[in-house]
Design a protein around this ligand. Structure first.
Ligand SMILES: NC(=O)c1ccc[n+]([C@@H]2O[C@H](COP(=O)([O-])OP(=O)(O)OC[C@H]3O[C@@H](n4cnc5c(N)ncnc54)[C@H](O)[C@@H]3O)[C@@H](O)[C@H]2O)c1
Length: 504
């Protein structure tokens, strides 16, 4: 069987015309297809159609859309007054409340109304498609079509292939997504699908760093923005989406993967949820917000100290980027310890304590520097317990002379940026390995769905695949936590010295 998405008489039914259904109907109609909208609420679909046209007319009045486009979209949008009216649809996309019982009942009603060849898709964000399709007669024509909010602006759509979904259905829905001017990626029917699963890495690792008392939310966010190019750090993102949305989502994914420690939620996250401190919407979450809703950021910078910058530092090992930083500051770099100057080291995956002990350095004078990413904007430093604050500040002042902001955190294997990026990359590698999506689609989906500066596999390449693997090996060895075990996909590519995006 096939369905030609370009046939001129194609009709796409949209059931549930709230925030998502309305957007799905809009991109369908703008793609030149007929969209037949139905909502259980009296007048709901008509209101949704009026809302779409109002938005488009607003764009046209500002010259951002031609009047002819508005008229064409108007002509493509129709309102159905019952489910039975969807009878002739080639495809029906459901976007009602996120409730399995409601969706199962609705799918049975849709199946009774349409022909056996009609594709029926759900826009669910967390329910397994196979479970919605469970009691239908023709489960092979059921799949997921997971759009992102707001639909007209978010280009990604995940086409979810459930156990019984026929290949022709996947092909047709990929073609539909393209006609709707989306970027479709084909994804397995696993908890969180692709983007919501991939997105757990940044959140859970940020929470882990905070829980261990290594850094504040503000420090984690600033490092991710400034050194790694993320538009937002994990804590500001949690506050924006709402703790009532992201804490339950984390739990569902953790349960769904049978307590895989890579996805472990944090009790600190739950504490905010329980307290009703849900983020921006309640005026407080990880951050506080003023009466105008602006974030009150306690700051991530190690403030300049009265201690003058050291004129001489000891460079424990030859690291070109570190040497350049020191030279740019105007300080002199010594290869041999003079017994008094700050000692700068740049560990990969290790904490300052381990580095000091392994290399037999003076723990009071050793400062670990993270060279990950854009060190022109921000540099993270840490010392071992008992480190001398004056020596540390003399070294910090040297780094600040380069124009970078300095973030001082507590001793941690992998600092912030190494830990966070390696964990994002590792989960992406795992998703590619277990076939949740192709390696290319993992990167496409994470950049489009979450606005990441690069996808997880490209992030492994950015860190250096061997480096990325080493960070995880060290994190696992030092913490003893299985959470940091490297994905076998990553290990193989690190051993071979090839890109993480290399397919098998
Ligand atoms: N909002 C998001 O950010 C987002 C993102 C991706 C996916 N989703 C998923 O999309 C779906 C819809 O979410 P939403 O935010 O648009 O919800 P919404 O509450 O804005 O809209 C739901 C609509 O469904 C209608 N409805 C409820 N039961 C119905 C039934 N039996 N028949 C017909 N219409 C019915 C309601 O009247 C309402 O208009 C959910 O499954 C949600 O998980 C939401």
């Amino acid at each position: 069987m096939t369905l030609d998405i370009n046939r001129p008489d194609l009709v796409v039914g949209v059931v549930g015309t709230g925030a998502m259904g309305r957007g799905i109907a809009q991109v369908t109609a703008q793609g030149g297809m007929k969209a037949l909208m139905y909502d259980a609420a009296e007048g709901g679909a008509a209101r949704a159609k009026a809302g779409i046209l109002e938005t488009l007319k607003g764009l046209a009045s500002r010259g951002r859309l031609a009047d002819a486009d508005v008229a064409r979209t108007d002509a493509n949008l129709a309102v159905a007054d019952s489910l039975a009216a969807l009878k002739g649809c080639n495809i029906v996309i459901e976007a009602v409340f996120e409730d399995l019982v409601v969706k199962r009942k609705l799918f049975a009603e849709i199946e009774a109304a349409v022909s056996p060849e009609t594709i029926i898709a759900s826009n669910t964000s967390s329910i397994r498609i196979a479970s919605i399709a469970h009691s239908l007669k023709h489960r092979d024509r059921v799949c997921g079509m997971h759009y992102f909010n707001p639909v007209p602006l978010m280009k990604l759509v995940e086409v979810i292939r459930a156990a019984d979904t026929a290949p022709w259905v996947v092909d047709a829905m990929v073609a539909l997504g393209k006609r709707q001017t989306r970027v479709p990626v084909v994804v397995g029917d696993t908890p969180g699908f692709l983007v919501n699963l991939g997105g757990t890495a940044i959140g859970t690792e940020g929470l882990r760093i905070f829980q261990e008392g290594r850094a504040t939310p503000s420090q984690v966010d600033a490092v991710m923005r400034d050194t790694c190019g993320f538009r937002m750090g994990p804590f500001e993102l949690m506050d924006l989406t709402g703790i009532d949305v992201n804490f339950p989502a984390r739990k569902i994914i953790y349960e769904g993967f049978f307590h895989d420690r890579r996805m472990t939620p944090s009790p600190y996250h739950e504490s905010l949820f329980a307290a009703g401190k849900l983020g921006r919407k309640t005026g407080g979450g990880w951050y506080s917000y003023d009466s105008k809703g602006a974030k009150i950021d306690p700051g991530a910078d190690h403030l300049p100290s009265v201690v003058p910058a050291a004129s001489v530092v000891v460079m424990d090992s030859h690291n070109e980027k570190l040497v350049q930083l020191v030279l740019a500051s105007g300080a002199k770099a010594l290869a041999v310890d003079d017994g008094r100057s700050p000692i700068l080291v740049a560990p990969v995956g290790k904490d300052c304590t381990t580095t000091v002990v392994e290399r037999n350095l003076d723990p009071r004078r050793t400062i670990a520097v993270d060279l990950t990413g854009d060190t022109a904007r921000r540099i993270t430093i840490m010392t071992a317990p008992g480190g001398d604050d004056l020596v540390r500040d003399a070294a910090s002042a040297i780094l600040a002379r380069t124009g970078a902001k300095v973030t001082l955190i507590k001793d941690s294997p992998g600092f912030i940026a190494q830990r966070m990026c390696a964990m994002i990359a590792n989960l992406g590698c795992e998703m590619a390995m277990i076939g949740i999506a192709s390696a290319a689609d993992v990167d496409t989906a994470m950049t489009l769905g979450l606005n990441y500066p690069r996808g997880p596999l490209a992030l492994a390449d950015w860190l250096g695949v061997k480096n990325c693997h080493e960070i995880l090996v060290q994190l696992q060895a030092i913490t003893g936590d299985d959470r940091y075990r490297p994905s076998q996909w990553l290990r193989r590519r690190a051993q071979l010295g090839i890109s993480a995006t290399t397919v098998e």
